[in-house]
Design a protein around this ligand. Structure first.
Ligand code: ATP
Ligand code: MG
Length: 328
């Protein structure tokens, strides 16, 4: 992912009726802040700020956008807004709740309910540090929730297109929530091929590599398989474009068989099929397989850490899965 070089808004700033507390994260396309509304409720505010197009110096509020970048900046801004507006219709416990939008500083801000927790990627990193890995009940529990949220997203005629452990957020009660919908950057990608691509190698379906391919729920289903695989294997799957040349995924999946039930491994493998038609044809089908192996008291398993495995397989996860994003 592209890095964010821009200065964040200053702590304490009043903007759009909210008070910024601090930056909590930043990526190549945006900066996320913790803030409070007028009633003292915590919110997360996401600022549209693609660092390849716009530059903000410390002490400034509005970014400088070179004239040549303006058309693409504006298309991306419109998509960020449209995507958020579509997301705002979705009220589901497993999808981030969008509360509001406002314009300021020549850009757009998306206001979300703040949830305390951490991303699945951070959780996996902690397991790495302990020489442990996610157990099957945890995988089934978390991805069952992910599928529930994704079904609602698809029912609203939206696709996520950037599903990966970094975009799955675990609340402190262990329930998962989908973050960071990728439509804005897809448009940026379409219009400015020199910009960082929107897809994340390893998690992106093969059809995302081919301009003009039909995208659909099957595209997100590939990424669900990839995210489950990353949690189970300790590294993302082989990138789809490389698989076309020399596919090693059969061997990689076979290595999971000792630690996970054949049903789960087979389902992950099916989600990761290069041919969209060979994948499970709906998120519901994936969810049914996950639920079939859920224990009777799933809530109790929300934070189990799974069985310990030799550290070697997990040590490299931090680097390989891309934990190095900028965080305040
Ligand atoms: N509603 C929220 N509540 C709490 N924390 C949030 C919320 N939304 C985002 N965050 C924090 O910000 C991080 C990044 O969020 P998100 O994935 O939406 O943006 P991003 O990856 O920076 O986006 P981009 O790739 O577009 O720049 C999350 O991992 C999480 O730590
Ligand atoms: Mg993200």
């Amino acid at each position: 992912m592209a890095a964010q070089n821009n200065a964040p808004l200053p702590d304490g700033l009043e903007i759009g009726g909210y008070r910024i507390v601090k930056k909590i994260a930043s990526g190549g396309f945006s900066i996320v802040y913790l803030a409070y509304d007028a009633d003292g409720n915590a919110v997360a505010i996401k600022e549209y700020l693609p660092s390849a197009l716009a530059l903000r110096a410390p002490g400034e509020l509005a970014p400088v956008i070179p004239k040549a970048n303006l058309p693409v900046f504006r298309i991306g801004l419109k998509c960020f807004f449209e995507e958020g507006r579509a997301l705002a219709r979705i009220v589901h416990p497993n999808v981030v709740r969008v509360l509001n939008f406002f314009r300021a500083n020549d850009t757009v801000y998306m206001v979300m309910a703040y949830e305390s927790g951490h991303s699945l990627q951070e959780y996996a990193a902690r397991l790495v540090a302990k020489g442990s890995r996610a157990g099957e009940p945890f995988i089934r529990q978390v991805f069952n929730g992910v599928c529930a949220g994704l079904r609602d997203v698809h029912a609203n005629k939206l696709l996520h297109l950037d599903l990966k452990p970094a975009n799955i957020y675990l609340r402190t009660d262990g329930s998962p929530m989908l973050l960071d919908f990728g439509a804005a950057r897809q448009t940026i990608h379409t219009d400015a091929p020199t910009l960082a691509p929107m897809y994340t190698p390893g998690f992106a379906a093969p059809e995302l590599y081919v301009k003009g391919s039909a995208l659909g729920p099957w595209t997100d289903i590939y990424s669900i398989g990839a995210a489950m695989f990353a949690c189970m294997a300790g590294a993302p799957p082989q990138p789809a474009d490389q698989r076309r040349a020399a596919d090693t995924m059969d061997q990689q999946c076979a290595k999971l068989e000792g630690a996970y039930t054949p049903g789960l491994v087979a389902m992950v493998k099916a989600c990761l099929a290069l041919d969209p038609l060979a994948r499970p044809q709906s998120v519901f089908a994936v969810q049914k397989v996950l639920q079939a192996g859920l224990p009777a008291t799933p809530a109790a398993l929300a934070h189990e850490t799974g069985e310990a495995v030799p550290a070697s397989g997990w040590r490299g996860l931090v680097e390989r899965i891309g934990f190095g994003r900028g965080r305040a």
